[in-house]
Design a protein around this ligand. Structure first.
Ligand code: DLL
Length: 435
């Protein structure tokens, strides 16, 4: 196991290490970042009062909106001369969020991404194809630093140019693929069209994340590519990918707790919830010095698992993400997560895993429409077969969501394929709702 000593540390020792690091972090941000100093002063907690991990619950939470206010340099805790790299979130809903890395931070990133790949079985003998986008997005370079830190032969493909991805995979004998789950599906589809049997080749592992995906989607990808598909998690604000990752047990994602401290809170009240209870994930960086973050509200919904894992890692795990509280649709008063829709669609025979959820409003009533591609085999079938399948999926969705949806089977290849994060929700109500 990569960095086995620290990954299997006795829990009491891990907590002690976390406390020491938290104390250093709070002292650092208090000293160097006026934004945090003001928030800590407002909360009435001095750095010297962080005498146990329980004090963390009294420290202020940080949101994406806070970060945007101090864009771009307001959260730097190191002099600009010590910053060697910067990444940014896409900022589709406002100003982007900046993550700045010192040389030490890049080493930490390489380390946690090496752990991520090692957890799925990658060694220095493997050939790692990084098909996350390179650039300001953290997926490409994060995967890259993980591969090179581990000593694997790393192919910096970036996303897109699927023809070349497949040729390279075949020519080099790639054994590990890194990309978004939606791009993995597209690669599988493209390979099939080219008559290439990826499952028969050397590809053995995939490390997928950066967007929501379901257990059903995992099974589909594993079958089509003939691999083990591991769920990996992270976000720009914290470091990028490398915050948490699955081991070969594929039963929750181990948080690399010596670098990132996880909490689950009730989104409404901010109260910290015990392991097993579903809520919003809050993360604190324990070691970064470029842009360290205190109690960042991720908006991601999950719960903590603190039972020991058969793999021997002593860190707590998070359950596969269950949605984001800002992706949650409220349709006729009912909470709907896109992943619930995906789970239903992938269980049904006759449709492909390409779909879009369209929410609109007719008068005062919200409408939910799910467009999903029919399988090639169904395409030539009679209209009544297609209609019957639509009604069947509507029935299943009603059972799963508790509200009615209209299902429209669309022709094969009509829903846009994704090379990065897929866009699956179209909410036309936002204009009138003013959100
Ligand atoms: O997506 C970092 C990353 C790159 C993670 C490659 C994994 C692999 P951002 O662009 O800042 O960073 O987006 C972060 O993406 O808050 C989640 O909502 C979502 N997300 C990331 N990983 C997963 C996952 C990268 N495994 C946001 N499952 C996060 C579900 C995920 N959602």
């Amino acid at each position: 196991m990569w960095s086995e000593d620290v990954q299997t540390l006795a829990v009491a020792e891990l907590r002690e290490l976390q406390l020491q690091r938290l104390q250093a972090l709070v002292a650092l941000v208090y000293d160097r970042v006026p934004f945090y100093r003001d928030r800590l002063d407002e909360a009435g907690v001095a750095p010297t009062e962080v005498t146990s991990l329980d004090v963390l619950a009294k420290l202020p939470l940080t949101s994406k909106y806070d970060m945007r206010e101090v864009f771009p340099f307001g959260l730097f805790a190191s002099p600009q001369a010590d910053i060697v790299e910067v990444h940014m979130s896409s900022g589709t809903t406002g100003k982007p969020v900046v993550g700045a890395y010192t040389r030490g931070d890049l080493e930490i990133w390489g380390e946690v991404m090496a752990r991520t790949l090692d957890a799925g079985g990658v060694t220095s003998d493997d050939i790692v194809q990084v098909a996350y986008g390179y650039g300001l997005f953290t997926g490409g370079l994060g995967g890259h630093y993980g591969g090179t830190t581990l000593g694997a032969m790393t192919l910096p493909m970036s996303s897109g140019n699927t023809f070349r991805q497949l040729n390279t995979m075949t020519d080099f004998g790639t054994s590990a693929l890194l990309c978004t789950p939606s791009y993995a599906l597209f690669i599988a589809e493209y390979a099939r069209e080219q008559g290439l049997d990826v499952a028969a080749g050397p590809l053995r592992m995939g490390f997928f994340g950066a967007e929501p995906w379901s257990e059903e989607m995992r099974a589909d990808i594993e079958a089509k590519l003939g691999i083990k598909a591991y769920d990996i998690y992270g976000l720009t604000e914290l470091i990028g990918p490398g915050v948490a990752a699955e081991c070969t047990e594929q039963n929750g994602l181990h948080v690399f707790e010596d670098h990132f401290y996880p909490e689950i809170i009730d989104s409404e009240t901010g109260e910290v919830l015990p392991a097993g209870q579903v809520g919003e994930l809050v993360l604190t960086t324990l070691t970064r010095t470029g842009t360290p973050v205190l109690r960042y509200r991720t908006r991601d919904i999950t719960y903590l698992i603190d039972e020991p894992c058969a793999c021997g890692r002593s860190s707590r795990r998070i359950h596969r993400l269950m949605g984001r509280n800002d992706d949650m649709l409220i349709i006729r008063g009912v909470n709907v997560f896109p992943q619930q829709v995906e789970e239903v669609l992938l269980r049904v025979e006759g449709v492909e895993p390409y779909y879009q959820i369209v929410v609109d409003r007719e008068g005062v009533l919200d409408t939910l429409e799910v467009e999903v591609e029919m399988a090639e085999a169904l395409f030539s079938d009679e209209v009544k077969v297609i209609l019957a399948l639509e009604r069947k999926i509507e029935h299943e969705l009603k059972l799963a969501l508790g509200i009615a949806a209209v299902v429209k089977l669309v022709n094969p290849k009509t829903i846009e394929r994704s090379e990065g994060k897929a866009k699956r929700i179209v909410d036309r109500r936002t204009v009138t709702a003013g959100a």
